[in-house]
Design a protein around this ligand. Structure first.
Ligand code: S3P
Length: 419
């Protein structure tokens, strides 16, 4: 397979969710450009609209959000459906913890299996009420109200947990501190600070002190590095050519996969590095080279957690072994990504095995053919789409449309840059 061309990247998913949510709890009308138009972001918009927040058409070039302030949302008349989106559920739980009503969050089968104890525990300690029907999964009813301050040490490194606590602190007007086991993406901190909030970061500790209400602030959403990674991986696997990825967010908390691809031997280069809307942005160029297996260390994992299915597929074509540990979180993503990545690699003829908290893949140049089960997991579909597009791949994917959760135009872009 040869590659070549330029990809117009979709907006970053994490920043798109936050632009809507922060717009909703600020004062006045916020305008958002470059928002990701995907199923997950539509879930956040629809949950906010059910809470009385006016959001204009997501498909228009500029999206406006009418802020209702810290605690200005209204009780919903039906369940809040977060669809497939963990970010919608966990960040909105932080906001709902401070509203003076009860609301119930529901989601699809995959989301309903994901653990919510990690946010219900700190938010309960702040004074919110939580009720679950089974275990700590959705449906989850949240009774919001007056909150107290909190110092929390989450067991898992999770930007969603950190963000839920920061949002509850802001909406509840109380101080919070989060001490993370390792650093996670910092978009919430950056975006709150850009709105004048007193958010301080020291190493892996983040604190918020109450103060003025956040004013409406425009957001220009940069390109999603997690979406870019599929094309950087594709370029790494190609026989020749170069892919150009303009406007990608290169926040240090998000670029671990690019560093790993470089370590594997891929030729990556950044051009035109600049700061845009509080995030570092650049054009990324990616080109092929002979690939070798690498070790991915536990402390790198948060910066590439969503890219591990793709890296596993690239590893199936690298010389030698790739080993990932410290990634037990993969088991509670949209699917059990350790089990599903390994099972799918094996079913197309690659060598891979599970570890309790990661996996090992041994690469080869042999033909890889067969079918892949996605269980509705967008990143599994796209990772194996890349592997199938590479030379020697003949892979059928059971549900390619699930890519629409984060990257609706993925298959069209893939066809454009492969020949
Ligand atoms: C996200 C954080 C990560 C990531 C998810 C989006 C966010 O999850 O996997 O796709 O926007 O904060 P965790 O924070 O649970 O690790």
């Amino acid at each position: 397979m040869k590659t070549g061309g330029r990809i117009a990247l979709p907006g970053d998913k994490s920043i798109s969710h936050r632009a809507l949510i922060l717009g909703a709890i600020s004062e006045g009308r916020s305008e958002v450009t470059g928002i990701l138009r995907s199923a997950d972001v539509r879930s956040t918009a629809s949950v906010l609209r059910s809470l009385g927040v006016e959001i204009s058409d997501l498909d228009a070039p500029v999206v406006s959000v009418e802020g209702t302030g810290r605690r200005g949302m209204r009780a919903p008349s039906a369940d809040l459906d977060a669809g497939n989106s963990g970010t919608t559920t966990r960040l909105m739980a932080g906001v709902l913890a401070a509203q003076r009503f009860r609301a119930r969050m529901v989601g699809d089968a995959s989301l309903s299996r994901r653990p919510m104890g990690r946010i219900s525990k700190p938010l309960t300690a702040m004074g919110a009420g939580f009720a679950f029907s089974h275990g700590d999964g959705l449906p989850m009813a949240i009774s919001g109200g007056d909150l107290r301050g909190l110092t929390w040490r989450p067991e898992v490194a999770s930007a969603q947990v950190k963000s839920a606590i920061l949002l509850a602190g802001y909406c509840g007007d109380v101080p919070v501190e989060v001490h993370e086991p390792s650093a996670t993406r910092d978009h919430t901190e950056r975006m709150m600070r850009a709105r004048g909030a007193d958010v301080r970061v020291e190493g892996t500790s983040v604190s918020f002190l109450p103060g003025r209400a956040m004013p409406a602030t425009p957001t220009a959403v940069p390109g999603d590095p997690s979406s870019a990674a599929f094309f950087a991986g594709l370029a790494a696997l190609a026989e020749s050519g170069e892919v150009e990825l303009p406007g990608v967010c290169v926040n240090p908390g998000r670029v671990g996969a690019f560093s790993v691809l470089e370590r594997m031997g891929a030729r990556l280069r950044y051009d035109g590095l600049r700061e845009d809307g509080g995030e570092p942005v650049a054009t990324l160029y990616a080109a092929p080279a002979a690939l070798r297996g690498v070790t991915i260390e536990p402390d790198e994992v948060p910066s590439l957690i969503d890219e591990l299915p793709l890296l596993a597929c690239v590893a199936a074509r690298a010389e030698g072994e790739t080993r990932v540990t410290g990634a037990a979180e993969l088991r509670v993503k949209e699917s059990d990504r350790i089990a599903l990545v390994v099972a799918n690699l094996r079913s197309v003829g690659a060598e891979a095995h599970e570890l309790p908290d990661g996996f090992v893949v041994r690469g080869s140049g042999r033909p890889l053919a067969g079918s892949v089960v996605t269980r509705g997991d967008h990143r599994i579909a796209m990772a194996f789409g890349v592997l199938g597009a590479a030379t020697g791949g003949d892979i059928a994917i059971d549900d390619p449309d699930c890519a629409g959760v984060s990257y609706p135009s993925f298959w069209a872009e893939l066809a454009k840059v492969t020949r």
